[in-house]
Design a protein around this ligand. Sequence first.
Ligand code: UDP
Ligand code: MG
Length: 325
Amino acid sequence: MKQPALTIVVPCYNEEEVLPITIDALDVLLKRMISEELISDDSKLLFVDDGSKDQTWAIIHKEGLRNDNVRGLKLAGNVGHQNALLAGLFTAKETSDCVLSIDADLQDDISVIPQFIEHFNKGCDIVYGVRKKRDCDTFFKRNTAEFFYKFMNKMGVNLVYNHADFRLMSKRALIELEKFEEVNMFLRGIVPLIGYESSSVYYDRKERLAGETKYPLKKMLYFAFDGITSFSVTPIRFVLLTGLISFFVSLLFGVYFLALKFIGNTETGWTSLITSIWLIGGLQLIGIGLIGEYIGKIYKESKKRPKYIVETDSNHLPKPLQLKN
Ligand code: UDP
Ligand code: MG
């Protein structure tokens, strides 16, 4: 059997601290897998620089010059983790039978990568890396993440539990992924929709090796909110439901206050009045905000802007020109 050509795609944003270690570790692993004839000798590492402001591109670029296994892609600006990943996946699929994505910080255990290939060889088009436990994450991150998966499932979005973006996809799965034209790509939700044969590889997630997380709380919340509103209209239905409930409750109140008026006892109205003004006002604002969020999504999608723009591909640079940089 011919070994598959694998490309490992690594999106990198301001990762100068950890990147040299990551490149070394992945390079050693890639060479070992090639020598063990698990993958073909044209397998590659593809580092995508997502518009970093530090030395990330310089490091990738230098490595690309001295190491044939390393290819670099420099995006023209910062487009975010998901889009940077897509840039890498779609570029890599041209030259590979399967593509594996992994974060630059080595939180995911690279020693299980050969298992991904075994699953691929058995005929799986998509292999999910799934965390066994999250001991290393903070109490807060662990619990918010758990809540996120449960909440998403309630909202009707099927996510693979405890799987992030450590994943292998076959060339044909990537060809299908490319047909999903939405601008706002929440990969964890979209990949299961492809529907090809899939399986999971289990591993322990470690702490970030160096550098700091690019997902502070604010970004994490945005990411979760984006994930929900890109996939589900349940929140908007929920708003409608609360609207209906409060409408009927206010009818009941109306009857009650009218009854009070007839009895002649009207001075007690102020508290309930002011409470209901705030309550209904709040509900209305939530509703409008939520509808605005969906309209914003439609607005973004209708523009059909490119998800990423490649500035430099180390494969397309003539060698002498590369040295200038
Ligand atoms: N990343 C990226 N663009 C961004 C933010 C992050 O390419 O705008 C990359 C980052 O370099 C890393 C991966 O996405 O390889 C995941 O980020 P991080 O490890 O900071 O997220 P966390 O693991 O803390 O959720
Ligand atoms: Mg990380």
